[in-house]
Design a protein around this ligand. Structure first.
Ligand code: KG4
Ligand code: ZN
Length: 338
């Protein structure tokens, strides 16, 4: 019997990643981060694209080596076709196309946000796979969505942000506070030492299941400007308390909608994905809410929640099993619906 070996490539933003999967199991999962963006306070698309070009061959080589798999044994190539930064997506897309053509095996295009959700279906020692149907809250630097998953191929977006993503809310408020990029982890660290009830920020009033985070940034800015007028040292002296208060607000916005969707749909299997799911405060709040609402909560290992290629591999695996394959003329798409 042939081994179900799939090589997967992810290059949608600032991480160049490659994984080798055998069915639902991860044989290797390699990520090269890009440090070039830190000094600019955000991802610079042109620099990201160039760094992907420099990283892609070594990353793919390393993934094959760690998996102890030779290219000739691969059954399919999966890659992220969108959404993401165009120049970044094109590097992975052209590489995947060439490899699939050279090896004469199917090319599987994968939607980045579907992959974040389907990472929960990976078969691994420290993974608990959710039962269907489940809800996934995907919270990253670029996206905030609540997705209903009825099967590996049936995903429906029930709610999403109408402006900034949750990760952006962390990063932008951190920038206001003069903290280094990316601000999320730093706000998280400081929030653990601060008082979450120190300041109150206004929360969006939006009907239904959608989110909005752009107002929070403005609320933080105006609140701090007023406080700084009275005390020029205010931010410096209360950094941890401010971080804790901002973080609390973001978590409340996220959880309010997640609880609403769960109650309305009657779905109590709840999963979380994306970089912001590393947030300690969010994880604690989810655990408390899970007890109150009788949820089964699925918090996957960190390596499968931030951008990685194993998630592209698992999503590609289900598409491949379903007989899907992309035409070699396929191009990357910066914006594409789930
Ligand atoms: O999923 P991800 O690695 O990349 C994409 O955006 O696709 O998410 C990155 C985002 C950044 O906004 C970063 O600040 C945020 O996740 N993040 C966090 C934490 N770790 C990463 N936000 C809050 N608390 C954290 N511990
Ligand atoms: Zn992502």
């Amino acid at each position: 019997k042939k081994r179900e070996l799939i090589l997967a490539i992810e290059s949608s933003c600032d991480d160049t990643a490659c994984a080798v999967m055998e069915g639902r199991k991860v044989l290797s999962n390699v990520v090269a981060n890009q440090s070039v963006h830190a000094e600019y306070g955000g991802v610079v698309p042109e620099l990201a694209s160039r760094a992907h070009q420099a990283h892609i061959v070594p990353v793919v080589t390393k993934a094959l080596k760690e998996a102890k798999v030779s290219k000739q044994d691969l059954e399919a190539i999966a890659f992220t076709s969108g959404p993401g930064l165009m120049g970044s997506l094109l590097v992975g897309t052209s590489f995947a196309k060439s490899l699939s053509m050279a090896l004469g095996i199917p090319l599987i295009d994968v939607h980045h946000m579907r992959a974040h959700v389907l990472a929960h279906l990976i078969d691994g020692d420290d993974m608990r796979n959710p039962e269907f149907p489940f809800l996934c809250l995907t919270v990253s630097g670029g996206h905030t969505q609540i997705v209903r998953v009825d099967s590996p191929l049936e995903l429906t977006v029930l709610g999403e942000t109408i402006d900034d993503a949750a990760g952006e809310a962390f990063d932008k408020t951190a920038k206001l506070l003069g903290l280094p990029y990316p601000g999320g982890p730093e706000v998280d660290r400081r929030a653990q030492m601060g008082n979450p009830d120190f300041l109150a920020f206004s929360k969006p009033q939006i009907e239904g299941y959608n989110f909005s985070f752009s107002g929070l940034k403005t609320s933080v800015l105006y609140t701090l400007q007023a406080k700084q007028k009275e005390d020029p040292e205010f931010v410096q002296n209360h950094m941890d308390d401010i971080c804790a208060s901002v973080q609390k607000t973001i978590i409340e916005i996220l959880l309010k909608k997640l609880v609403k969707v769960s109650r309305d749909t009657g779905i109590s299997h709840i999963a979380i994905a994306g970089g912001v799911s590393a947030n300690v405060g969010l994880r604690k709040a989810l655990e408390t809410t899970a007890t109150e609402e009788n949820w089964s909560l699925y918090l996957p290992p960190f390596e499968f929640t931030t951008d990685n290629a194993a998630m592209i591999g698992i999503a590609g695996y289900y598409l491949w099993k379903d007989g899907h394959s992309a035409d070699l003329g396929i191009s990357a798409k910066a914006r594409v619906n789930l």
